[in-house]
Design a protein around this ligand. Sequence first.
Ligand SMILES: *[C@@H]1O[C@H](CO)[C@@H](O)[C@H](O)[C@H]1NC(C)=O
Ligand SMILES: *[C@@H]1O[C@H](CO)[C@@H](O)[C@H](O)[C@H]1NC(C)=O
Ligand SMILES: *[C@@H]1O[C@H](CO)[C@@H](O)[C@H](O)[C@H]1NC(C)=O
Ligand SMILES: *[C@@H]1O[C@H](CO)[C@@H](O)[C@H](O)[C@H]1NC(C)=O
Ligand SMILES: *[C@@H]1O[C@H](CO)[C@@H](O)[C@H](O)[C@H]1NC(C)=O
Ligand SMILES: *[C@@H]1O[C@H](CO)[C@@H](O)[C@H](O)[C@H]1NC(C)=O
Length: 484
Amino acid sequence: MEIPRTNLTLSFFFLCLTLVSALSLSSFSPTDNHLINCGSSVDAAVYSRHFVSDDDSSNPNSPLLSATRTIPLANQKPAPSSHQIYNTARIFKKPSKYAFEIKDPGTHMVRLHFYPFVSSNLDLNYAQFHVLVNGYVVLSNFTVANVATPLVKEYFIWVESNKLVITFLPTRRNEFGFVNAIEVMSAPKDLIADMAILVNGNKTEKFDGLTKQALETLYRVNVGGPKVTPFNDTVWRTWVPDDGFFESSELSSRIYFSGRIKYQNGGASREVGPDFVYNTARVISSTNASIPDANMTWEFPVMEGYQYLVRLHFCDIASMSLGLLYFNVYINGHLAYENLDLSSITYMLASPFYADFVVDSDGYGFLRVSVGPSNMSMVHTVDGILNGVEIMKMSNSVGSLDGKMCAGMVLRSWPRGNFGILFPLVAVVCLLLSLSVLMHKRTVGTRDSVAWSKLPTDVPEDNVKPSNEYLSGKVDVSSRSTDF
Ligand SMILES: *[C@@H]1O[C@H](CO)[C@@H](O)[C@H](O)[C@H]1NC(C)=O
Ligand SMILES: *[C@@H]1O[C@H](CO)[C@@H](O)[C@H](O)[C@H]1NC(C)=O
Ligand SMILES: *[C@@H]1O[C@H](CO)[C@@H](O)[C@H](O)[C@H]1NC(C)=O
Ligand SMILES: *[C@@H]1O[C@H](CO)[C@@H](O)[C@H](O)[C@H]1NC(C)=O
Ligand SMILES: *[C@@H]1O[C@H](CO)[C@@H](O)[C@H](O)[C@H]1NC(C)=O
Ligand SMILES: *[C@@H]1O[C@H](CO)[C@@H](O)[C@H](O)[C@H]1NC(C)=O
């Protein structure tokens, strides 16, 4: 099969291009925003975010159901530097649930915080448990032992009903589960788009139905830059430096940009990636009359048997002017995007853009992302750039992110009689889910209409400025979109 280089049509419709002025930036405030300090009778603040107690005597609206079967536990010797939410935990000796009220249907971010400690009568390093979120298995046979820093698991879950339910189940009768803190919040509307490019061997196809799948964040990497903490991120995420994933290359270099990142409607928003991610990058460039014969490559360990969403963040903070940067993007050694030309997408420098690819693991337990010169690369210019990478695991056909058992089977593994009412319900949900996943997996093979630009369907009103004639006048899709 030949590489469909002519089929990767760069058709990005930057309708309603609008400059977001630095002054009109409102920080993201999620409609649903449940932050829970588990096992504590008092509230706690982390970076001025308010985590409320899950104790029903101090919080009448506690989302925790059946609190009688759980135990609040406090760390008698908390580390002075650790956040208050990590000094307490709730212990589950039987299946237990938190039910969160959902006002804003759609994608929700769920974060579970785990930081085991040893108390007088219990060592959380020995916990072993399963966790379900709205019928998805997110953790199975899970243990978290001897970690130096808190472990935060993050998921994206599509919610259509008015509840999001998180269930903790010990693996066996004498085992127990725990959690230190929970976050459930509406995701920014443009964060997870429904469409992506499926990289299937040498072929690329359109992939539909991403939003309805459960996703788990595995890697969130600020290429060429420092760690970004929740305090400095628009959606309270953590971005780590890429040093542990980057295969060093003599021909590449890091760059830092001190100017303003120009967020545009239709492109990546500040919620998609903060300035800290877009103002650093690694580049490969030609300094003389020859184009470097090399790629920059990042390698991420992943588990077999799942599909992965690979989100690549680009922002041309390196070129001297528009129209000089062309490069290829490879995933697992397959050409995923040929002659990527950021100028033809954003029409200005320092304007962020991201692309989503869906891939299988390579069969060796790795996911490899490479960026390098293309046939259109020029000498004495930048010939490849990458600013950020996110890798998310996609739920499998039984609705699990961790194993081959569906939620119904996991619930059934707990001796019956204790959880009898929930079980048949979840079994049905489990079956329906498998069916719907199968249906969503259907992909459409119209290659030359790969429409993977992340155009948010509803642009938040505060971003729409009426005086955008200057920019929208510049957007002439027919002449600007480039078909190679
Ligand atoms: C947990 O581990 C046990 C023993 O390895 C296995 O039999 C069981 O299927 C696992 N449970 C889940 C939900 O993966
Ligand atoms: C991909 O392309 C290479 C070279 O053209 C070819 O050898 C290989 O069989 C192709 N692989 C698939 C999965 O089509
Ligand atoms: C946020 O970013 C600023 C500027 O880089 C840095 O000085 C500060 O330490 C960061 N704060 C946190 C909590 O990471
Ligand atoms: C260009 O620079 C590269 C790396 O610095 C070097 O390997 C290559 O030989 C140079 N090519 C020419 C034509 O000078
Ligand atoms: C860059 O990576 C791709 C995919 O692995 C490979 O086909 C290509 O030969 C590489 N280019 C160089 C110069 O190594
Ligand atoms: C680059 O150009 C050559 C020659 O025109 C062509 O054979 C090749 O398929 C093109 N694409 C890549 C990725 O090399």
